[in-house]
Write a protein that binds this ligand. Sequence first.
Ligand SMILES: *Cc1c(COP(=O)(O)O)cnc(C)c1O
Length: 381
Amino acid sequence: MRKISFGAPIIGNEERNAVLEVLSGSQLVHGPKAKQFESDFSAYIGGGYALSVASCTAGLHLAYLNLGIGPGDEVIVPAQTHVASAHSIEYTGAKPVFVDVDGTTGNIDIDQLEKAVTHRTKAICVVHYLGLPVDMNRVTAIASRDNLFVIEDAALALGARYKGVHAGLLGDVGCFSFYPVKHITTAEGGMFVSRHKDVSDRVARLKAFGYDKMVGERAVAGLYDVDLLGYNYRMNEIEAAIGIEQLKRVNGFLAKRSENDSALRKALDGIDEITCLAPGGGDFEHAHYCLVVVLSDSIAAKRYDIINGLRDLGVGTSVYYPGPVPHMKYYREKYNLGGIAYPNAARISNQSIALSVGPHLNAEDMDYVGKMFKKVLGGVK
Ligand SMILES: *Cc1c(COP(=O)(O)O)cnc(C)c1O
């Protein structure tokens, strides 16, 4: 029996040595590693101003702090996403306005997005769902018509490009995550990117208490003034050192993900009871975080039997995500959203199984997963 784990960070001697090098020195924060990781990252994505941050969630929060939004303001966000996409809006006192997604891609439904804009709307958050880029030309057309800021939650979109432009550089601001099971890891960590220098300059201060002068810029060590309510959202040197090494491997990781995705789609071919979310291609270069199979209505009630059956055969799975965010207790109760249906988000949440295409797996693993899926499905029907 094979052992297929859903996610496993790939950490080698390069990362281990880089960490030891930092620990042997005297600078654990405010150092050269974070600066290098930032410049390597913007070189990798092909532009923009990159700022290392404590997490993707911290980066998203900084994006909204920079806009100065708060109570009475609205931000549009997809219903199908990680709760961080909504929490980061909620932290500011602004209201997340949830919009259903397209059932074939998991990305925000742009017709419904357009209808959700009100005079209170300040920004649109798009999520490149599991690595598939959103149709950004349509989103930015709506945003520029209504003078709205566009924030890309690119937590799972490292390597995703739309019409050749990397995620994070399509809207006004983009945030990436380096949590352990994402495309690359720094244990915890994230990257904030913006095409606008003024946004980046301000966020650089917001992520560090609102100091007017950074370490290195001060005439006398330890002397500074504070003119902003900043946070402590920096990435430390140990995390940055891991990130520098991980970024060197990213093209290899992405190639493996893409190969695995194709192999798994082939291995699952011909199963009538499932539909895979859209594969991307053409203008939509997919970063292949995982492959989501949506079960048909006839078999949906057997989801947990299938998941458990796969587990017993060594195949780890996951669920993306456990429910539409507006139906999670906090949002459901606070904004009274229980009665509003988000049918496509609910269908993906409640009827799908996420299968790994991670770089720790290979083509034979994908073949095995396909065979086991068919076997388990035959048993539960
Ligand atoms: C993982 C994830 C986040 C949160 O990232 P952290 O780095 O853990 O804060 C936000 N949005 C999406 C879509 C995610 O998948």
